[in-house]
Ligand binder design. Structure first.
Ligand code: ATP
Length: 222
């Protein structure tokens, strides 16, 4: 799969619809300090399912919505879409037959984020999984933001593992394993609770049996 286009609308400093085409070879974006270069990289990570507002350099996720300037009013919606071409029919099995894939994330003030895959609403998890299966994602080590090189060099071996996993193309499996572990833990907790409940009911049963016995004795004596 190949990334073809990123489209921003109302995201950070991009108040109007802005399209970036990703052509074959190397694509560079050049501009003066503060013109919004980092915002473009952030839009990519945001659309891939980033959940941390802090890593978007904001205090809340709604900070990604264009907040207005002296001559432009603020907006209530921010939208970023990533277009991917899949002419070689790779990726996970659900997408093998789809040649053009568009992932879109939209945030509305007070309403939160929504994700769309080819215009069909999906869960954030589905969008994150889609990119994880392509061995990329909002936390992919191949997206290097300012200051990331230093943190990669000084990272713990555990954190550096992500780079190797991505290179091996198993990021998707890793995410699935994590989810399976969470579900397993939840099932274990449910089992413990059910066991506790069973023990409580057993105690109640013993006391009820005693009461029933006494009641029968009492009935016989009348
Ligand atoms: P540098 O090279 O200095 O790192 P840059 O080109 O990467 O700069 P960014 O950091 O991407 O620039 O953009 C910062 C600009 O985006 C600032 O001018 C800031 O005011 C603007 N900006 C950030 N969030 C919003 C928002 N929600 N609404 C409007 N403008 C925003």
């Amino acid at each position: 799969m190949e990334f073809k286009k990123i489209q921003l609308n109302g995201f950070k400093s991009f108040s109007e619809k802005t399209t970036f085409l990703i052509e074959k070879g190397l694509t560079g974006i050049v501009g003066p300090n503060g013109c919004g270069k980092s915002n473009i990289v952030e839009s990519l990570r945001w659309c891939m399912g980033e959940t941390s507002a802090k890593s978007m350099r904001g205090s809340g996720m709604e900070d990604v919505i264009f907040s207005g300037t002296s001559n432009k009013p603020s907006k209530n919606i921010a939208e970023v879409s990533i277009n991917i071409s899949n002419t070689e029919k790779s990726g996970s099995y659900q997408f093998k037959e789809i040649e053009e894939i568009e992932i879109r994330r939209k945030i509305e003030r007070d309403k939160g984020s929504r994700f769309y895959l080819n215009d069909k609403e999906v869960r954030a998890k589905d969008a994150q999984m889609f990119f994880a299966d392509l061995s990329t994602g909002a936390h992919s080590p191949s997206i290097i933001s300012q200051g990331r090189i230093g943190s990669l060099v000084t990272a713990k071996p555990q954190d550096r593992r992500a780079i190797l996993e991505e290179a091996a193309g198993i990021s998707g499996l890793h995410v699935r394993r994590h989810e399976a572990e969470l579900r397993l833990n939840a099932a274990e907790n449910n089992l413990k609770r059910a066991d506790e409940l069973r023990r409580q009911l057993e105690k109640q049963l013993i006391s009820l049996e005693k009461q029933a016995e006494e009641a029968t004795k009492y009935k016989k004596n009348i």
